[in-house]
Design a protein around this ligand. Structure first.
Ligand SMILES: C[C@@](CO)(OP(=O)(O)O)[C@H](O)COP(=O)(O)OP(=O)(O)OC[C@H]1O[C@@H](n2ccc(N)nc2=O)[C@H](O)[C@@H]1O
Ligand SMILES: Nc1ncnc2c1ncn2[C@@H]1O[C@H](COP(=O)(O)OP(=O)(O)O)[C@@H](O)[C@H]1O
Length: 281
C-alpha cells in the first residue's frame, strides 16, 4: 500500500463540566464527546526518503505549527521510521470553533501513517503520542463517542442515539487558552459518575463566559433557540442543536444569519476513520 485517503471528523461536547484546576494550570473536566459523520479529508502518499510534505486547499494552513505536520514528525521520530510522506489536507471544518478539527486531523495522521509506514504501534501508544500534542487527540485516535474525564483523555465509550445536528459557527475566533485562564470561568461543577451521564443537566461551563466576552455567540444562540434547544461546543465559538430530521435542520439552515457558517451532520458512535482503515485491509 502506498496511498491512503482517510476522513477526520468533527466532535461536539454535548456537555462540558469543569470540575477543578490542576497544579499545572490545566483543568479537570467531564465531557460527553459526540463524534459526527462530517469533517476534513486527508490523503497520504508514501515517500522512500524521510521528507514529510503538507499541501492544503487553504495555503495559510501550510506551516510547521499545523497539527498534521507535528503529528507526522512526532510519529516518525518516535518510531525511527526511515520513510516519509506527502500529505494533502482538504480542510472543510471551521477552525478554532470547538469542533476539534485540528485534533481530528492530527489523530487521522497518526492512524494513517501508523498503517502506511507499517509501524504496528498500539492504539494506546498513538493516543499517548496524541495527548502530548493536544487534549482532544486521544478521543479521535480511539474513535468512539465517549464520556471523558481528566483533561479529556480518560475515555469510556457510550452509545448515543444518532441524532441530526445543525452546527453554526459565528464569525469570531476564541482562544481556548483565553477562556481557561479567565478568572470568571466556572470551575467548580460537582463531579458526576458514569451512571449519571444520561440523566444529568447537560450544560457547558464555558458558555456563560463566552457569551459575555463574545456577544456574537449569545446572539447566535438566541437565533438557534427559536428552532431547537441549543448549546455551545467546547470553548466555542460553534453552537449546535439536535433536530428530529434532516428536513427540519435544512429549514433552519436556510435561515442562517449572514455572518455565520453552518452545516448539518449526523452523530455517530464510531468514527468513520475506522471503517475507512478497515477497507484498506
Ligand atoms: C476544552 C476542549 C473540549 O473539547 O475545548 P475545544 O478546544 O474543543 O474548544 C478541549 O479539551 C481543549 O482541547 P485542545 O484544544 O486540544 O486544548 P490544548 O491545545 O490541549 O490546550 C490549549 C490550552 O487550554 C488550556 N486547557 C486546555 C484543556 C484543559 N483541560 N485545561 C486547560 O486549562 C491550557 O491553557 C492549554 O494551554
Ligand atoms: N490541521 C489543523 N486544522 C485546524 N487548525 C489547526 C490545524 N493545525 C493547527 N491548528 C491550529 O489549532 C487551532 C484550533 O483548531 P481546531 O482544532 O479546529 O479548533 P478547536 O480546538 O477549537 O476545536 C486553530 O486555530 C489553528 O491555529
Amino acid at each position: 500500500m502506498t496511498t491512503l485517503i482517510l476522513p477526520a471528523v468533527a466532535k461536539l461536547n454535548l456537555f462540558l463540566h469543569i470540575t477543578g484546576r490542576r497544579p499545572d494550570g490545566y483543568h479537570n473536566l467531564q465531557t460527553l464527546f459526540q463524534l459526527l459523520d462530517t469533517g476534513d479529508t486527508l490523503s497520504f502518499r508514501l515517500r522512500d526518503d524521510k521528507q514529510i510534505h503538507l499541501a492544503c486547499n487553504n495555503p495559510d494552513l501550510v506551516n510547521e505549527q499545523n497539527l498534521v505536520l507535528r503529528a507526522a514528525r512526532l510519529l516518525q521520530a518516535h518510531s525511527n521510521c526511515l520513510q516519509g510522506c506527502d500529505i494533502y489536507l482538504d480542510k472543510q471544518l471551521p477552525m478554532g470553533g470547538g469542533l476539534g478539527g485540528g485534533s481530528s486531523d492530527a489523530a487521522t495522521t497518526l492512524l494513517g501513517l501508523n498503517k502506511l509506514w507499517q509501524l504496528n504501534l498500539s492504539i494506546d501508544t498513538l493516543a499517548e503520542l496524541g495527548l502530548s500534542l493536544g487534549a482532544d487527540i486521544p478521543l479521535f485516535v480511539r474513535g468512539y463517542t465517549a464520556f471523558a474525564e481528566g483533561v479529556g483523555e480518560k475515555l469510556r465509550p457510550i452509545e448515543l442515539e444518532q441524532k441530526t445536528y445543525l452546527i453554526v459557527t459565528p464569525d469570531c475566533h476564541i482562544s481556548t487558552q483565553e477562556i481557561f485562564q479567565h478568572p470568571d470561568l466556572i470551575r467548580d461543577t460537582t463531579k458526576i459518575n458514569y451512571q449519571q451521564v444520561l440523566t444529568t443537566n447537560w450544560h457547558n461551563d464555558c458558555q456563560p463566559l463566552v457569551e459575555r466576552l463574545y456577544p456574537i455567540v449569545a446572539i447566535t444562540l438566541q437565533w438557534l433557540v427559536e428552532y431547537a434547544t441549543c448549546q455551545m461546543t467546547g470553548t466555542g465559538a460553534s453552537v449546535f442543536a439536535a433536530f428530529p430530521d434532516q428536513t427540519s435542520a435544512q429549514h433552519a439552515l436556510k435561515q442562517l444569519p449572514p455572518s455565520c457558517r453552518g452545516f448539518i451532520a449526523k452523530g455517530v458512535n464510531q468514527s468513520p476513520v475506522w471503517a475507512a482503515l478497515a477497507d484498506t485491509e
